[in-house]
Design a protein. Structure first.
Ligand code: NAI
Ligand code: MG
Length: 357
């Protein structure tokens, strides 16, 4: 029965644990409907509870364990009342992203038909693009230091690292993706002010661009591009950006979608040397955790991205259609989208939709 995939399931904290079962339910339905592949799910209950018990978010050999999997399906992390966020993040999700060289952070931004986004005059036809964020270096490479700490002479240095390898591979990924989409690409830059890093970024962009004459490509300064997200989102197809720029742009894009409970993200190692990680963009949402009203759609959508990356595009499309149909019908939605349904009810309805296709 076709390919077999081993998936490491990390529900994590808070609503991560609540939305994960719905992600798995819909993945299983995609598997059942296509009957062309099989998945094994192995659960790892790592996260803040483990930290409170053992002092570790995950075991010392976690990466060794995870490396054996085809893919990682991740819920959310964070218990801000008891553990500082930089600990939960830096001891759990970030070591996975870095250790597995997941250099592409892919965030599809699409306003689902039936929903109102945050822009008054823009509908689903106007908001359908992808932000590709460089995920391993640039402004977040962690190079720097502080001297004369807490004195009047104190100095803080945070250095941007842009390597040719790192810049080339993210831009090339963007062009390849644009080829499969509407063949438009925007490279986010700031070469007027950052005369070293971003002039270099632009040079690499020009080189890669020359290999893809069929792509309508342009570069745009990050400030103007941020404004364009709001004023002309219909002109966007694939947006490629450095770590910091991409971080900001992808949240701005996410805001256009209407609810944080919808936005998925993929952390990819495209060469498949290491497993990739698929997760909702949102965190553990302590304000609603335990109430079973979290929207499971971001988790389910992340599952669709995972199926697509594994090569199961038929199942990926079925799961996505299940989301689209459920949202368009608008009968069973969680409170963040104006409905009254529970997390489980939304997952069940999406799963039933998939079964009926
Ligand atoms: P958050 O994303 O957890 O929540 C922000 C707001 O959006 C809250 O009002 C929440 O109720 C709402 N929300 C989020 N997901 C939702 C969903 N599926 N359905 C309905 N409403 C939803 O961000 P916040 O509150 O800033 O952080 C909480 C914790 O999560 C912190 O510890 C933070 O470090 C962590 N975090 C973890 C991330 C991850 O696991 N990748 C990403 C972002 C934050
Ligand atoms: Mg962010």
């Amino acid at each position: 029965m076709g390919n077999h995939y081993r998936i490491a399931v990390l529900p994590g904290d808070g609503i991560g644990k609540e939305v994960m079962p719905e992600g798995l339910r819909t993945l299983r339905m995609g598997e059942k409907k296509t009957a062309s592949f099989h998945m094994t799910f192995d659960f790892y209950p790592w996260g803040s509870d483990t930290f409170l018990d053992t002092g570790r978010m995950m075991p010392e050999d976690a990466l060794k364990i995870l490396k054996e999997y085809d893919s990682i399906y991740f819920g959310a992390v964070g218990l801000p009342e008891k553990i500082p966020d930089h600990i939960t993040l830096w001891k759990f999700i970030l070591p996975i992203r870095q250790g597995f060289d997941q250099y592409i952070n892919l965030r599809p931004i699409r306003l689902l038909p039936g929903l109102r986004g945050s822009l008054r005059d823009k509908g689903p036809a106007d908001i359908d693009f992808v932000v590709i964020r460089e995920n391993t270096e640039g402004e977040y490479s962690g190079a720097g230091g502080r001297v004369h700490i807490h004195s009047d002479q104190e100095v803080a240095v945070q250095t941007n690292i842009f390597t040719r390898t790192g810049t080339e591979r993210v831009l090339r990924y963007g062009f390849e993706l644009a080829r499969k989409r509407r063949k438009k690409l925007i490279s986010a830059t700031k070469s007027n002010a950052c005369q070293f890093s971003m002039v270099f970024w632009d040079e690499v962009y020009d080189q890669i661009k020359s290999v893809y004459p069929e792509i309508l490509a342009e570069k745009c300064h990050i400030d103007a591009l941020a404004a364009r997200f709001v004023t002309h989102p219909e002109t966007l197809d694939v947006v490629v950006a450095s770590n910091l720029f991409g971080d900001i742009l992808s949240d701005l894009g996410g805001a256009l979608q209407g609810s944080l409970g919808l936005a998925p993200s993929a952390n990819l190692n495209p060469e498949k040397k290491f497993p990739s990680l698929f997760e909702p963009v949102h965190g553990s949402a302590p304000d609603i955790a335990g109430k079973m009203i979290a929207n499971p759609i971001a988790m389910i959508w992340a599952g669709s991205l995972m199926l697509d990356f594994l090569g199961e595009s038929e199942a990926a499309t079925l799961v996505m259609r299940g989301i689209d149909t459920t949202v368009l019908q608008g009968k069973v939605l969680t409170p963040d989208l104006g409905g009254k349904a529970s997390t489980t009810q939304v997952g069940q309805v999406i799963s039933e939709q998939i079964e009926q296709f």
